[in-house]
Design a protein around this ligand. Structure first.
Ligand code: FAD
Ligand code: SF4
Length: 562
């Protein structure tokens, strides 16, 4: 191994949402920081395919092995990464989506930016299931405000009990298909409000406002949407206090004889050499499950079960958002008059949880995401013309059908709260290793009856919404045997937990500051410390908690306590 001579103040593993925020907050506070990122460099302003037409590529935008969401997508990664396997216990359906680039998954994400509400930190107190967080909404609220000011989020001020307002930029107006959705939602008394997305509708902090090209997933050349890469890492680099090392696959956290973290070792992917980095503080932000893997792989005589794992809880209680989709054909959207459909690269509407679980057969709620309308056609658009009445055929008729049906479909996705359970966890596979010989994760997964009932409710609601729009659903209601169409674990790409936060070192890995109970100069700044999932997408909370953790690190370093 080649140790680096320098000792940094802080070594951060990963440069996604959590790692990017940690790098930003700590360098702004004056710390000398190194970020180790397993993926390759990326700069939206130069590398994005934001303005390319599908016809400019012979693939017409179809996916490639390293870009499963399409060749123009910004995010390099996928369900399977060559040389970096993971395994599943027999009977487990779980897929793990990983990014491998600066900025991590924030190069693609949907930018739905929701605060967890007061109830979300106190679920066990409300319904007896799962666990409460050791912190409450008020502990995180000032950091949510700071994230809103720094990154920017649009939305509307509402008076909903568990959907806290942010410091919102004005939301964009609903598009044609969204106006129809709003009508249907009002008819069925489903709460339907403007979406909350981290896309600038006004210039902010030197970044331009969105010009509504609708291509957010390709990366924004003008930085009007949020990526860790250009909104957090770039300004951190500009402080002169950040060293960013790409293609650096961290193997383990190193410790001294007293059990203090001394830094990490990583594999330089270009040469295959092992390199050591020394730091006074280590922050893991490699994504929830990967941070659990790093802890489990950091075995020593002092910590034979892995670092920070005296509780045995590392890897336990992982969750993903529950999800299912329904889409349909809306005849009144056929043969539409060409009109301005400009908008952001995401939905303009949002349907937060609107019902009382005490009156339903399942605990915890879900929100509804909307898609459809006339977006830039690409490979496979319309999802198969044969699904439409009289659709299909050849030549002139086929072209006419495409024109008639283009934009005449709508879809709803449910995104709900899973309750952590004993059967959903990850551990080190006893045999499998990656291309560098590092043991890989084996996943175990089980949905409970709670999630199945919730997803059944989603299916019924989306079908009712499509019926209220005068539409026809494309596929029949999935049966109980088909799990009511529940998406497999991990496939909503909101995996959380595994490095759980708590006040009791016997049942949690990190404390309320995301600091390891067993190793006080070791912190986790991704989704690993989450105690529960909430019916919200997690990234705004990852960002707020990472900022809060870094304030604590800065304060403790100033006191000489780390
Ligand atoms: C298609 C898609 C849509 C999404 N939509 C939304 C949404 O609308 N709203 C929302 O809130 N969330 C959404 N998400 C989830 C969101 O992207 C994640 O919650 C968020 O990016 C997690 O941040 P993170 O820092 O934990 O991990 P990541 O962003 O995944 O970053 C982790 C980084 O660590 C690096 N790394 C991993 N292992 C190592 C190692 N051993 N050594 C060094 N580096 C390592 C990785 O290469 C990666 O760059 C979406 C995700 C996807 C993929
Ligand atoms: S829709 Fe707006 S934020 Fe998204 S890529 Fe286009 S200009 Fe950027």
């Amino acid at each position: 191994m080649h140790p680096t001579s320098k000792t940094y103040d802080v070594c951060i593993v990963g440069s996604g949402a959590g790692g990017g925020m940690a790098a930003y907050a700590l360098t702004k506070a004056g710390a000398d920081v190194v970020v180790l990122e397993a993926g390759q460099p990326w700069d939206n302003t130069k590398d994005s395919a934001m303005l390319e037409w599908p016809y400019e590529s012979p693939r017409r935008g179809a996916s490639t092995p390293e870009r499963p969401f399409g060749e123009f997508d910004a995010c390099i990664g996928g369900w399977e990464i060559p040389g970096e396997p993971y395994t599943r216990a027999p009977g487990t359906e779980f897929s793990w989506w990983r990014a491998r680039m600066v900025g991590g998954r924030t190069n693609h994400w949907g930018r739905i930016s929701l605060r967890f509400g007061p109830y979300d930190f106190r679920r066990k107190s409300r319904d007896g299931l799962g666990d409460d967080w050791p912190i409450v909404y008020e502990d995180v609220a000032p950091y949510y405000d700071e994230v809103d000011r720094l990154i920017g989020v649009f939305g509307s001020k509402e008076t909903l009990p568990n959907e806290p307002n942010g410091l919102f930029l004005p939301p964009p107006r609903p598009r044609c298909h969204e106006l129809l959705v709003k009508q249907a939602a009002d008819t069925l008394h489903v709460t339907c409000i403007p979406a909350r997305l981290s896309i600038l509708t006004r210039p902010l902090n030197g970044r331009a406002a969105c010009h509504y090209c609708g291509q957010c997933n390709r990366g924004c050349r003008v930085n009007a949407n949020f990526t860790s890469t250009n909104v957090l890492i770039a300004p951190a680099l500009a402080t002169g206090k950040l060293t960013l090392v790409t293609n650096a696959m961290v193997r383990e956290v190193t410790i001294d004889r007293t059990g203090r973290a001394t830094g990490v070792t990583y594999v330089d992917k270009a040469t295959g050499a092992d390199v050591g980095v020394r730091a006074r503080v280590v922050v893991l932000a490699a994504s929830a499950c990967e941070s659990a893997r790093l802890l489990l792989n950091s075995k020593s005589t002092l910590f034979p079960n892995g670092l920070a794992n005296s509780s045995g809880v590392v890897g336990r209680y992982i969750t993903d958002t529950t999800g299912t989709d329904v889409s349909g054909f809306i005849p009144k959207m056929m043969d539409h008059v060409p009109h301005n459909h400009d908008g952001v690269g995401g939905m303009h509407l949002y349907m937060p949880w609107w019902l009382d679980n005490a009156k339903l057969g399942f605990p915890r709620g879900y929100h509804i995401e909307v898609w459809g309308g006339t977006h830039l056609p690409t490979y496979g658009f319309l999802g198969g013309i044969h699904r439409y009445p009289a659709g299909g055929g050849y030549g002139k008729q086929l072209k006419e059908d495409y024109r008639r049906y283009y934009g005449a479909s709508i879809g709803f996705s449910g995104r709900g709260e899973m309750i952590p359970n004993d059967d959903s966890y990850c551990e080190l596979d006893p045999a499998a290793v990656d291309r560098w010989g590092i043991p890989v994760l084996r996943f175990h997964w089980k949905w409970s009856e709670h999630e199945l009932r919730q997803v059944k409710h989603m299916q019924e609601t989306f079908r009712a919404l499509i019926a209220a729009m005068g539409g026809e659903v494309f596929a029949p209601m999935p049966t109980r045997e088909q799990g009511y169409g529940i998406a497999a674990g991990g496939t909503i790409i909101h995996e959380l937990g595994g490095v759980r936060m708590g006040d009791d070192p016997k049942s949690s890995v990190v404390n309320r500051w995301c600091q390891a109970h067993d190793c006080k100069n070791l912190f986790v700044a991704d989704g690993g410390p989450f105690v529960s999932q909430a019916d919200k997408n997690p990234t705004w909370t990852i960002l707020a908690l990472a900022m809060r953790t870094c304030d604590y690190i800065t304060e403790q370093m100033k006191k000489g306590a780390l």
